[in-house]
Design a protein around this ligand. Structure first.
Ligand SMILES: Cc1cc2nc3c(=O)[nH]c(=O)nc-3n(C[C@H](O)[C@H](O)[C@H](O)COP(=O)(O)O)c2cc1C
Length: 326
């Protein structure tokens, strides 16, 4: 399938794997790229820029297709070594960066000078328009359904995507709630040129996480996620569990007086325990409403081939049928 996104990134299918903390390692990124999508390594999961450079080298040994690096720009008092990570990306020869979180403007000249394409992931039309204005090549429009940080506007993709289509000139992909061929065709109909998936890719054979995590996503329904950190205006959509219940109780008890320190035990530094050891209740971990559409743990190639076959079938049969009966 040819879209402005496949052309921009030199990929076969308009499917991107979003950056994911402690999931987006070389194994997953390479599997997605080898299957014709765009795999993405998560920079901040690597403790230092040197380790990121090493992870990029490892990925290159596993695929000769394009892959990217996610750089999550956090609002932080003690920010990570962003200049170091940017330098590691530029020197590695990677040609795609997915930025997320804060405005990436400061880092764009460095990327552009080295021919790196930047896709910025954001959760509102105003931020998408800003990303285009500062020179991003594409946008990932992340609806309220998404795993992780959906922002504070609560606009789902059925509204957000056509609004983005009305305002943007650069191509964009639909992110949040995407799982199958139906998602892809709907996203294309709403004006996107492809899809970005997180949760769906966690439940694949190649995702280098504990099987408990994959099985929890398969077992979950669309009713099983919760929004935490709303009072801190840093909302995160996570799978419900004992730690999340504790966290939500604390938020309820303290109301608007809640501080990050009050909930830190449930959110800070918990990912390795969950993703590596499979200790699911060790803390809050990102998961999208799309869990309700995930019923198996296929290989990445099986998943992507299935999405593309279903999408082509929907366009050629179901939609063409409606067109013919008009
Ligand atoms: C376990 C997990 C960790 C994530 N970590 C990050 C991250 O570090 N940076 C980021 O930009 N997005 C992160 N995301 C969000 C995804 O890249 C993607 O935008 C989101 O999952 C899309 O929604 P979906 O899960 O409905 O497909 C994470 C998602 C999951 C499921």
């Amino acid at each position: 399938m040819k879209t402005r996104i496949t052309e921009l990134f030199g990929i076969r299918h308009p499917i991107i794997q979003g950056g994911m903390h402690h999931v987006g390692y070389a194994e997953l990124a390479a599997a997605v790229s080898n299957a014709g999508g765009l795999g993405i390594i998560t920079a901040l999961t690597q403790r230092t820029p040197e380790l990121l450079a090493q992870e990029i080298r490892r990925c290159r040994e596993m695929t000769d297709r394009p892959f990217g690096v996610n750089l999550t720009l956090l609002p932080s008092v003690n920010p990570p070594d962003y200049p170091g990570y940017v330098e590691a990306i530029v020197k590695s020869g990677v040609k795609v960066v997915e930025t997320a979180g804060h405005n990436p403007q400061k880092w764009l000249p460095g990327f552009k000078a080295h021919g790196i394409k930047v896709i910025h992931k954001c959760t509102s039309v105003r931020h998408a328009v800003k990303a285009e204005a500062v020179g991003c090549d594409a946008v990932s429009v992340d609806g309220f359904e998404c795993a992780g940080h959906p922002g504070e506007d609560d606009v789902p993709n059925f509204i957000l995507l056509p609004r983005a289509a009305d305002e943007l000139t650069v191509p964009f992909v639909a992110s949040g709630g995407m799982a199958d061929g139906r998602s892809l065709v709907a996203a294309l109909a709403l004006g996107a040129e492809g899809i970005n998936m997180g949760t769906r890719f966690v439940a694949t054979r190649e995702a280098p996480v504990h099987d408990n995590v994959k099985q929890a996503i398969v077992a979950a329904t669309e009713l099983d996620t919760r929004l935490v950190m709303r009072p801190l205006r840093n909302s995160e959509r996570v799978l419900n569990n004992a730690a999340v219940e504790r966290l939500l109780n604390t938020e309820k008890e303290l109301g608007s007086a809640v501080r990050f320190e009050d909930i830190a035990a449930e959110v800070a530094g918990v990912y390795p325990k969950i993703m590596k050891e499979g200790a699911l209740d060790a803390g809050a971990w990102s998961c999208g409403l799309v869990a309700g559409l995930i019923h198996d743990v296929p290989s990445v190639k099986e998943l992507i081939d299935r999405i593309m076959a279903e999408a082509h079938g929907l366009i050629a049969d179901r939609l063409a049928g409606f067109g013919a009966s008009a």
